[in-house]
Design a protein around this ligand. Sequence first.
Ligand code: SAM
Length: 288
Amino acid sequence: MKKSMKRLKGEDAFDQFYSKLYPGRWDELKRALLSEKNYVAYYNPYLVQDYEGEKKSSHLYEKKEWDAPSFIGELKNYYLLDYASTLPVKALEVNSHDTVIDLCAAPGGKSLMIMGHNPLSLVCNDLSHQRLQRLKKTMQDYLPTEQREKITYTKRDASKWGLFEKNVYSKTLLDAPCSSERHFLEKKELMQDWSEGRSRRLAMLQFSLLAAAIDITQSGGSVVYSTCSISHWENDEVIRKALKKREGKFEVLPLSLEDESERTEFGIQFLPDKSKFGPFYLCKLRIC
Ligand SMILES: C[S@@+](CC[C@H](N)C(=O)[O-])C[C@H]1O[C@@H](n2cnc3c(N)ncnc32)[C@H](O)[C@@H]1O
């Protein structure tokens, strides 16, 4: 019986898995995942301009609907993104002394926000050539030349990074590839391929990416891990595995709760049945 349940695929298996994970909440959460997304505008800090909407935090403004970004002179005015997905950059606390790496960087919203903090340097890495090209175009559209000169672009498998560099970066962002359940629900044709095994396989990749992130970050530096998945295998369970396999190498730092976010065992999570934003999970580590 157990074996045949594991082999279950498609929307029934999806519902079965997530209703167990979110008892008494799944119907509402599933509906919310299918509703329209809300965006905030990250106003370009390298432009002087008037801001619209309600301030969420520095350079981030909320409004019901936004026009598409446009150029003011040579740079674009704002970049639209989910508010919850801006929080990994806030949690990194980048300053002008930091050498930063964004291991899964494309299409580039978070890299762009990192550059807004004027770091010493930033490595933008992504395995996908096409997505890396999009990221470069974004940097071209939003950043002045002196900021763009601080960026190195690479196209490597980030899970292997620890093999050739160790203890190098002061801040590491790992916004990992994940199940992205919202995407599965929106594209019904993808749903037939969903299985719990897929989420567990992604969790294995996420763990190897996180292990690399830990290995390449300096002692005293920090790593922020994030996903847009609602599967525990891809969130807290990845951190739990790292705590075992990289024992003593890092500690989990508490993150302050934002409006409408919820605490998980190791991090915080935004779920769209309780929040206008998300789904999104993040966790912050300090390297020992
Ligand atoms: C969630 S997206 C990153 C979004 C990005 N941080 C942003 O804010 O725009 C995950 C990215 O990881 C990349 N990726 C997948 N496997 C990878 C690997 N082994 N090494 C590096 N990048 C990988 C994908 O191409 C994808 O662009």
